[in-house]
Design a protein. Structure first.
Length: 640
């Protein structure tokens, strides 16, 4: 059976309401569902939390109901498969996964269900999908007309320019050869123009329709602070922004560059009273799984992790993502910060950034062993991120511009909320570059500390030993303090005018220094904020949160619903949000349903969940209302 786009959309709306409990699509979802369910190929770029999963899940269900067979979903992470399949089963959809957590007999049973046509969706990792055995099964399904759709999630993994390149994704091109005519949809949350082109080329999606949603996440506040005792800054940020009145902390993710730093930061956060867990590839698989499960299932946990953690994490109430080290590029930054505030409530993306971050990232590129053309692309991506970190303008505006999207100033980033003062550092930069040049002429290269000592006229033993007090650049920068000179140096390293090299981090001029030395390229820097003001963003307006807007009686009903949801989630061995999202519980608390008809139209309450949980929800609401007592009388309004 074939479906026209109009038929596909009508069926998609029916599935959206019956299965997922939502009245209408968001953004471009309707166009994507109509196109893919009718048999079209698609490349979908949609930010984290924008509803990407529905863009292939609904077409999968529509096509399965039309007798077109099963949808196979390429998914890179076991945790993501478990949660997605758990959520679909809760909604009454026949779904399964194949991964290493299954015993051989369990995997065989899933494959039998697949071949019997009992599944609407099957999730599997790319490594399994491209094995000869699995490809033979796909070809058999295709030959029988029972392979409805191929969905490739986290499609940026196919690109060497992406932030999480995985070679096994390149092999997925074989799907176009082995299963010709089967519609394919590739999805990702972040990809610049170069990465998009790579996805299209390597997955052979040249004829696919591209859908690009807005990358804007207006509920996320972006803040980048100058690194100065970063751990202390992080603790102050959590205390100021993410500590509830009763002393509990909100859930968050803290990213660090190394395993050692993850362990150190997790220990320090625990010592400070936070419920923090480490996550990195050096931990054994059982420990990583246990920590991830706790993070997904418990409230108020902070995961301290390398970038090995996060892709596919659907936890909706992560209130902050913090970076203690600079990411590799803007795509990585957007992917990682996008894990905050998936529920649409206010969230923070906070990063501490310093000179050593710039040096480290440039060194990683220089020592990567890649060819020079590849390094140039990586440097350009890093420079775009450094420009964001050094920017005095709207952070969101700059982020969106990177992905080709125009935006007015957002009013919800650190630079919009507290516009920084700037000063003309062009002459200071020329002095610093001249000092490096004169030191090189003296016969050796030196590190930042020595260069700044010469600039400031500090007669240290090292300065006297080399006779550098006799240089023409001696003391020409005594008007600035050491911290300011380090900020100037950071900007020059960020611009590629100064290279930091070798074991002793010596400074060297590059060709990019010439226009600055000649005064042809101005340099403006932010004035460092005094004291804590440099480290703090304005406190989140918690009164804007949907829960806080509820009257006291409804908040007590909401609390009872959350306790009941936690019990159900434990019994089903699923995260609580898989049972019901907070938004669904808030809607129930607002409506205070008294009978089954009152449950109609509650977002996120589809037919299967209504049948499974409706009676229990009504019981919990009734008991909570009884415990709360009668509603407060409404004030009388005098007639005029």
């Amino acid at each position: 059976m074939t479906l026209t786009p109009a038929q596909a959309l009508a069926e998609g709306r029916r599935v959206l309401a019956e299965v997922f409990g939502y009245a209408d699509f968001r953004g471009q979802q309707a166009d994507i569902v109509a196109h893919v369910a009718a048999g079209g190929d698609a490349l979908v770029l949609m930010p984290t939390g924008g509803g990407k999963s529905l863009c292939y899940q609904i077409p999968a269900i529509v096509r399965q109901r039309a007798g077109l067979g099963v949808t196979v979903v390429v998914s890179p992470l076991i945790a993501l498969m478990h949660d997605q399949v758990g959520a679909l089963r809760e909604a009454g959809v026949e779904a399964a996964f194949l991964n290493s957590t299954l015993a051989p007999e369990e995997a065989a049973a899933v494959e039998q269900r697949l071949m019997r046509g009992e599944l609407a969706l099957l999730y599997a990792a790319p490594e399994r999908i491209v094995t000869p055995r699995f490809l033979a099964r796909l070809q058999a399904l295709h030959a029988a007309g029972r392979l409805a759709l191929l969905a490739i999630d986290e499609a940026h993994c196919v690109s060497q320019w992406g932030h999480d390149f995985r070679p096994e994704y390149r092999e997925l091109a074989v799907l176009a050869e082995r299963c010709p005519g089967v519609p394919r949809i590739a999805l990702t949350a972040t990809a610049d123009a170069l990465t998009r082109a790579d996805i299209v080329a390597h997955l052979r999606l040249e004829g696919a329709r591209t859908f690009v949603a807005s990358f804007d996440r207006p509920n996320i506040r972006y803040t980048i602070v100058e690194k100065d005792h970063a751990l202390r800054q992080l603790l102050r940020f959590v205390a100021d922004e993410h500590t509830l009145p009763d002393g509990r902390h909100e859930a968050g993710i803290v990213y660090c560059a190394s395993r050692r730093k993850v362990e150190e930061v997790a220990a320090r956060l625990q010592a400070a009273g936070l419920r923090a867990l480490p996550y990195h590839a050096g931990l054994d698989a059982a420990t990583r799984q246990r920590h991830q499960d706790r993070f997904l299932r418990e409230e108020g946990l902070v995961m301290v992790a390398t970038v090995a953690f996060g892709m596919g994490i659907d936890k909706p109430d992560v209130r902050f993502v913090a970076h203690l080290d600079l990411p590799k590029n803007i795509e990585s930054y957007m992917q990682e910060t996008g894990r905050a505030g998936r529920d649409g409530e206010p969230a923070n993306a906070w990063m501490a950034y310093g000179l050593q971050d710039v040096v480290q990232q440039r060194r990683l590129i220089d020592d990567s062993g890649a060819d020079e053309a590849f390094k140039r692309v990586l440097r350009a991506k890093l420079e775009a991120l450094l420009a964001l970190a050094e920017s005095t303008g709207c952070r969101r505006q700059q982020l969106l511009a990177y992905f080709g999207e125009a935006s007015p100033p957002c009013g919800n980033c650190d630079n919009c909320l507290q516009p920084p003062q700037t000063w003309d550092a062009t002459e200071a930069a020329r002095k610093l570059l001249s000092c490096i040049y004169r030191l090189q002429q003296s016969g050796a290269a030196f590190g930042a500390g020595h260069v700044i000592d010469v600039l400031r006229g500090q007669a240290t033993d090292k300065v006297r030993a080399h006779g550098h007090e006799r240089l023409s650049t001696w003391a020409i920068g005594r008007e600035l303090d050491e911290a300011t000179w380090r900020r100037v140096l950071r900007q020059l390293v960020a611009r590629g005018a100064v290279q930091v090299a070798g074991e002793f981090h010596t400074l060297h001029l590059t060709p990019a220094a010439r226009p600055i030395l000649r005064g042809e390229q101005p340099l403006h820097l932010r004035v460092a904020a005094e004291g804590r003001r440099a480290e703090r963003a304005p406190r989140q307006a918690r009164a804007l949160a949907s829960e806080a807007r509820l009257p006291l009686r409804e908040r007590e009903v909401l609390a009872a619903l959350k306790r009941w949801r936690a019990e159900v989630a434990r019994a089903h061995d699923l995260p609580a949000y898989v049972i019901f999202h907070d938004a669904t519980l808030v809607a129930l608390a607002q409506r205070l349903p008294q009978c089954d008809d009152d449950l109609a139209g509650i977002p996120g309450l589809g037919e299967k969940k209504r049948a499974a949980y409706g009676a229990e929800v009504l019981r919990v609401v009734a008991q909570a209302l009884q415990a709360a007592g009668p509603a407060a009388p409404q004030p009388l309004v005098a007639r005029v």
